[in-house]
Design a protein around this ligand. Structure first.
Ligand code: F0G
Length: 458
């Protein structure tokens, strides 16, 4: 195989800001040491998320122009529906403006108070929708020892699901969800074998199996790369194998739609789809646009064709791996194996002198910003820890991770090399990096608005 590189050349460019050290410090202080509050105009390389941050292709920009903005029955919807039907095999297609709108509509109508949704891992917004319906979200990820690389770390623990279905809570289970790839588990893939075993249990117990297919193409690529049996198939064929096993899916198309906005619900059952369409009209819009402009649907239809191209997916996976190797050489403890949408670093290990209550993941992320205006996401105690109800120190998160998310087709190898160089500077002075404390926080999702300060003063 030829060496990998970006399988595109660049047609439109966007300048990036280079704030100097004084400007970086001032921006971080003004943001209350919370990177979510730092304006993009003060960021050089933004690896906060791979969601809605993609670069569209020339073909997608052209497709925008043929968008049909008719309120009802637009041609853009026909194109979108055709592509989604061919990809998933599901006849019923409902567009929505983003993933959580799909979750809200689907899970709110499906779940009754007291019922259970079981998943390999619910993404935060999925969990929020389950709980808003008065139901309970239960995560049953396959058990993985910390730092033991396994090929399918995204799998559902099928034995645990089996026990649950046969136990006293079995009758409460209203749906089983496979999040592909499993974002909360490092973007690791779900294997076809795991989806098959889950399907068997769901059929046996008459429980619907749904997919959160936000990164379905990346999942398909990783399945091909990690199992000899599926290696000869195209990513599209592998994706279809998994779609065939489920009763329907939803997706945030801000990821594998390679566009900046969009989502979908796709189902086999027309009666269910009718129920959801009523809700769609109430909260999103007429069922042929679902909260999107016609042109968005055209860009998405084209993006969904491009995302399953083998050359694109190979670049996506290989560049994540190459970047992980660079970060490791820079002295960072990197989680393996790498997926596609991000590289995860164990800030707790790097900053071993800080206790979880001193927010090592936040400390590392802020230090990267101060060193080179690089923005990453903290996935440690600020996000997953809980304030102690008795007013004591925070109940810590299980791990202090930091996510370097990779927007699709946006940054080149030299941008990522810059990030690795900045990370190396931080790693070199790890022992001197200060911890943080929360000055002000709101209830749930405190990471977005909290203000902090470094221990030992600013
Ligand atoms: N499901 C998964 C697996 C996700 O990763 C996300 C979003 C959603 C659903 C919600 O979709 O944002 O379009 O409403 N993940 C983003 C991230 C925010 O940064 O990982 P949305």
């Amino acid at each position: 195989m030829p060496p990998f590189m970006e399988p595109f050349r660049i047609k439109a460019v966007e300048p990036i800001p280079f704030p100097d050290a004084g400007q970086r410090r001032a921006a971080l202080v003004a943001a209350g040491f919370n990177l979510f509050r730092v304006p993009a105009s003060a960021i050089t390389i933004d690896l906060l998320t791979d969601s809605g941050t993609s670069a569209m292709s020339a073909a997608q920009w052209s497709a925008l122009f043929s968008g049909d903005e008719s309120y009802a029955g637009a041609r853009s919807f026909d194109r979108f529906e055709r592509v989604v039907r061919e990809l998933t095999g599901y006849p019923e297609v409902l567009p929505v403006h983003q993933g959580r709108a799909a979750e809200r509509i689907l899970l709110h109508r499906l779940l009754e108070p007291g019922e259970l949704s079981v998943a390999n891992t619910h993404f935060d917004s999925t969990r929020a929708s389950v709980e808003a319906a008065g139901a309970e979200a239960l995560d049953l990820p396959v058990p993985v020892e910390d730092d033991t690389p396994v090929p399918f770390g995204g799998d559902l623990d099928v034995a645990a699901l089996d026990r649950l279905l046969h136990g006293p809570d079995g009758a409460r289970i209203r749906c089983v969800v496979l999040t592909i790839t499993n974002n909360a588990r490092g973007g690791q893939p779900v294997s076809v074998a795991n989806a098959e075993a889950t399907r068997r249990l769901c059929t046996e117990h008459g429980v619907p199996l749904l997919l959160d297919a936000s990164r379905f193409a990346e999942n398909a690529y990783l399945v091909r790369a990690r199992s000899a049996e599926h290696a000869p198939r195209t990513p599209r064929e592998v994706a279809r194998l998994i779609f065939d096993l489920a009763d329907g899916c939803w997706a945030s198309l801000k990821k594998d739609g390679i566009a900046n906005i969009g989502g979908l619900i796709a189902l086999r059952d027309p009666a269910l789809a009718t129920r959801y369409r009523d809700q769609l009209i109430e909260t999103e819009g007429f069922p042929t646009y679902g909260g999107l402009a016609g042109r968005d649907l055209d860009a998405l239809a084209q993006g969904l064709l491009e995302v399953v191209e083998p050359a694109y997916l190979r670049y996506r996976a290989e560049s994540a791996l190459w970047f992980a190797d660079l970060l490791e050489q820079a002295g960072l403890p990197v989680l393996r194996p790498t997926g596609c949408h991000a590289v995860y670093v164990d800030a707790g290990r790097l900053l071993g002198h800080l206790r979880p209550q001193e927010l090592p993941a936040t400390a590392f992320a802020n230090e990267l910003y101060l060193a080179g205006a690089v923005r990453v996401t903290e996935l440690g105690t600020l996000v997953f820890g809980r304030p102690d109800p008795a007013g004591g120190p925070d109940v810590p998160a299980p791990r202090e991770l930091v996510r370097f998310a990779l927007p699709r087709r946006v940054y080149t190898a030299s941008h990522l090399r810059y990030v690795a160089e900045v990370a190396e500077q931080v790693a070199a002075k790890a022992a001197a990096v200060p911890g943080y404390r929360i000055v002000r926080q709101t209830g749930a999702l405190r990471q977005f608005a909290a203000t902090l300060e470094p221990l030992g003063g600013t």
